[in-house]
Write a protein that binds this ligand. Structure first.
Ligand SMILES: Nc1nc2c(ncn2[C@@H]2O[C@H](COP(=O)(O)O[C@H]3[C@@H](O)[C@H](n4cnc5c(=O)[nH]c(N)nc54)O[C@@H]3COP(=O)(O)O)[C@@H](O)[C@H]2O)c(=O)[nH]1
Length: 849
């Protein structure tokens, strides 16, 4: 309920109670008034009248008695001495009696009326008084008359006695009546007093009730209004001091309750606002602190200049880096410390104004550090304007980018140069070629593009290792540089491929002269790791604008020409001619087709038997891949395996060969399968894991797998290669050295690793009987194998005499067309049914077609 209703109800209640007690008082006062009226208007007048009657009676009697006494004394000297001074009744005393009688009669009439009016119960007394009064006045008059008539003393005295008796009677009545009236008066007085007391009591009660009511109202108000207001005041004081402890919720459903709850809400809103404000302030402070920390800790600094380009502020980091003091810096022109690069948009600070006071973005400046070294920083900043629009200066940041610039320079150099030789690379060369071609278009002239490939570099690399190859490349670079003019550009594309862009020469003679000079210098021996190496070079020349004005095409043409030079016998040069690139194109087509063939599973495995010499039984097979290229027929592996090696296709191809061979070998329980591993395959990541996985997947036992490697495998990364070979052997797989005797270091490799088998290269076998040297080599190798406890296999056995000689020399196994050509897997089962006891072996020949 609303508070004003409550107060109104309280007031009304107080007023009702108060009115009740006042009414009671009013009634009491009314009674008092009536009592008072009766007392004043009735009893007192009656008493007064009775008193006056008594007085009149006494006057009558006294004056009459006095006259009678005087007369008696005068007449009867016996009774009373008479002297000359003795008074005599005179007219006055007589008159007094008359007045007394008159008063009596007048007062009695008043009294009589009063009795009629107020107290008719006293009518009988009144009548008695009246009759006695009449008797008294009568006797008094008669006495007076008797006196006048000189009645005798006795008579007078007798009459006087009668009069006195009458007086006594009447006085007795009057006094009795007065006594009654006075008693009544006292009773009324008592009643009046009681009434007054009651009235006062009522008034007191009324006042007390009113006071109580008002006090109660005040207390209630205090409790319901003042207390909450006090609490609110205390809360306000608390809040003013920053204490936002929540106020208890009140259920008081009035204005005070609403005020308290509103105050409470206001307090919590205020608290939230202050908290948010505080958080915002804290965040701002933290942000500012972070900013300061970053500004101080980072390599950046903050700067500010005025409209006169003089420094007004710079953060501490600047002083640390430059070793300058604030005094030396503040107020000085910024250009005194920072020099913008000529590449900067505004190459001096004052130009900023000319540039329309644009923001400074990444302005590169040089400055001196504490050690007086030149460093580079990058400036960014924004112009400052007063609200009136007046230019006030600039403010921004600066970052030291010396390391970044250096790294960028290095990166740029690396991006455009070959790391090994320091020569420009393909990108650089392309740019230079573009420039030259653009020049030709504008001014005419000619440019030659010469591709150079070292001859026999692969062998050097393979035999002497990469370090020797690198050393050779550096030496070649030096010689080439020495043959070129400053206007020519020598670049290394990678490996042993170089490109020369020859400009400002008469073509084609200029190119021809240069090529000859190059061939001359390259043909001289190179000393690498204490050895004199003789290499040559194959060069291809393409001319702009004759052959093309397209840089790509020029390069391609030069490459084709170089390829032709190589093919035509190396150590020579060729100018590009139309139609030369057909072979190159064919190579690319083959690569594309081979990729598709691997993906589409178009290759097939053939197997060639390995015959045990004495028993003439097939012990195993060598897996040899075959590719029936659509549209071309069977492609010899000697053509596509090197291509696969060069292009990296050998990895997926080798995986497929290993997997297929192992799987198919499980179909011939008594045969092992020998799989060739090319050098690239051997170098692949986790070869051991791959072989293990294939064995596991196919179910072939490891002792039925033989891996054939060539000496090239051991040429580089020898330690790693040996580790791999041992790992493979630990799997239970046998390792055979293929093409033994064709490399430079065959014998030394036999020392390094315990091969399970040596495969004598077929070139020696086929020279048996023809060349004594070959026969000696065969014998020596077979002896060596025997002495080292290695199985020896002779490849390319085509004739019975070869077979017999090899048998005689103790060769363990033989492989060759004499026994069987490589056959598809399906035919191996047939071959297994046969033995090869005879030299002519007609069956084997028939099978190997
Ligand atoms: N990495 C892999 N290399 C492989 C794989 N399959 C073949 N090759 C290599 O390709 C080269 C040519 O191989 P291919 O044409 O199959 O010739 C082999 C035999 O057919 C051939 N051979 C066998 N007997 C005779 C013979 O009596 N006369 C004669 N003229 N040739 C004969 O010799 C080749 C086997 O040589 P080798 O591997 O050295 O034992 C060759 O280098 C193959 O290695 C392959 O799957 N992976």
């Amino acid at each position: 309920m609303r508070l004003n209703y409550k107060i109104l109800i309280g007031l009304i209640s107080v007023l009702v109670i108060w009115a009740g007690t006042l009414g009671q008082s009013y009634r009491t006062m009314k009674q008092l008034e009536s009592e008072y009226t009766r007392t004043v208007d009735e009893t007192l007048p009656i008493i007064l009248s009775l008193e006056e009657l008594r007085f009149a009676t006494l006057r009558i009697v006294s004056s009459t008695s006095e006259n009678a006494m005087i007369m008696a004394l005068q007449r009867n000297s016996d009774v009373a001495p008479v002297d000359s001074d003795m008074p005599t009744p005179d007219a006055h005393e007589v008159h007094e009696t008359a007045i007394g009688i008159s008063d009596f009669e007048r007062v009695f009439e008043i009294y009589s009326n009063q009795v009629d009016l107020y107290d008719s119960a006293d009518g009988a007394i009144r009548d008695l008084i009246g009759s006695n009064g009449t008797a008294l006045t009568d006797i008094s008059q008669r006495l007076e008359a008797a006196l006048e008539n000189n009645a005798s003393t006795a008579e007078v005295l007798e009459m006087k006695e009668v009069m006195e008796d009458a007086e006594a009677d009447i006085l007795s009545l009057i006094i009795g009546q007065i006594t009654d009236e006075r008693r009544a008066l006292r009773l009324r007085q008592a009643a009046l007093r009681q009434g007054i007391v009651d009235a006062i009591d009522n008034l007191m009660i009324s006042a007390a009730l009113a006071a109580f009511g008002i006090t109660a109202l005040v207390i209630l108000s205090s409790l319901r209004i003042i207390k909450p207001i006090e609490r609110l005041t205390a809360a306000a004081v608390r809040i003013a001091k920053g204490d936002f402890a929540p106020l208890p919720k009140v259920t008081q459903n009035d204005e005070i309750g609403a005020l308290t709850n509103a105050f409470s809400d206001m307090s919590s809103n205020l608290q939230n606002m202050i908290r948010r404000h505080q958080e915002a302030t804290d965040n701002a402070l933290a942000s500012e602190q972070r900013f300061r920390d970053v500004a101080e800790a980072s390599s950046d600094w903050i700067w500010e200049i005025g409209s006169d380009y003089r420094i007004t502020f710079v953060s501490g980091r600047f002083f640390d880096v430059t070793g300058l003091s604030a005094r030396a810096v503040i107020g000085q022109p910024i250009s005194k410390f920072l020099t913008p690069d000529r590449t900067a948009t505004a190459d001096c600070f004052e130009n900023l104004e000319l540039d329309g006071l644009a923001p400074i973005r990444d302005m590169r400046c040089r400055y001196s550090d504490i050690t007086n070294q030149t460093r580079i920083c990058r400036l960014s900043g924004k112009p400052l304007f007063h609200k009136t629009g007046t230019f006030m200066g600039y403010r921004g940041t600066a970052s030291d980018i010396t390391a970044e610039v250096e790294a960028q320079d290095i990166a740029e150099h690396l991006a455009l140069h070959d790391a090994l030789t320091g020569l420009p690379n393909r990108i650089f060369m392309a740019e230079r070629l573009d420039q030259n071609l653009a020049k030709i278009l504008r001014h005419g002239g000619a440019v030659s593009v010469i591709c150079l490939d070292l001859d026999h570099f692969k062998e050097v690399n393979d035999t002497l290792g990469h370090a020797a190859g690198d050393s050779l490349l550096k030496s070649v670079t030096k010689r080439l540089e020495s043959t070129l003019r400053i206007t020519d550009t020598l670049t290394r594309l990678g490996g042993d491929e170089f490109v020369i862009v020859q400009s400002e020469a008469i073509q084609p003679s200029g190119a021809e002269v240069l090529c000859r000079r190059i061939l001359q210098v390259i043909s001289e021996p190179f000393e690498v790791e204490g050895q004199n190496l003789y290499i040559g070079a194959s060069l291809g020349v393409s001319l702009a604008p004759i052959d093309s004005l397209d840089p790509e095409q020029l390069l391609k043409n030069a490459d084709v020409a170089m390829y032709r030079a190589k093919k035509d016998g190396r150590n020579s040069f060729r100018f590009f001619e139309a139609g030369m690139d057909a072979e190159l194109q064919e190579r690319k087509a083959m690569e594309r087709d081979l990729r598709v063939a691997i993906q589409n599973n178009e290759l097939e495995m053939y197997y060639q038997p390995l015959i045990e010499t004495h028993g003439r039984a097939m012990q195993g097979v060598e897996a040899l891949v075959r590719w029936n290229r659509p549209g071309f027929g069977m492609v010899p592996p000697g053509d596509f395996i090197p291509l696969a090696e060069e292009t990296g296709l050998i990895i997926p191809l080798g995986d497929w060969i290993l997997r297929t061979s192992c799987r198919q070998a499980t179909e011939w329980p008594n045969l092992f399968v020998a799989v060739n591993l090319s050098p690239t395959q051997f170098k692949q990541q986790d070869l051991i894991g791959l072989v293990k996985q294939v064995l596991h997947d196919t179910g072939l036992t490891p002792n039925r797998l033989e891996l054939e490697i060539t000496e090239g495998v051991l040429l580089e990364q020898t330690a790693y290669s040996l580790m791999t070979l041992r790992g493979l052997q630990e799997l239970g797989v046998r390792i055979a050295m293929d093409d033994f005797g064709t490399g430079y270091s065959s014998l030394s490799y036999l020392q390094m690793f315990a091969f399970d088998k040596i495969k004598l290269d077929q070139s020696f076998v086929q020279e048996l009987g023809k060349s004594s040297g070959a026969t000696s080599i065969v014998r020596t190798v077979l002896d060596l194998g025997r002495s080292l406890g290695m199985v020896t296999t002779a490849e390319g056995v085509e004739t019975a005499s070869q077979r017999d000689y090899l048998t005689q020399q103790g060769c363990n196994q033989m492989q060759g067309y004499l026994f069987s050509r490589p056959v598809p897997a399906a035919e191996i089962k047939n071959l297994l049914l046969r033995t090869y006891p005879d030299v002519d072996v007609p069956v084997a020949k028939a099978l190997s077609s």
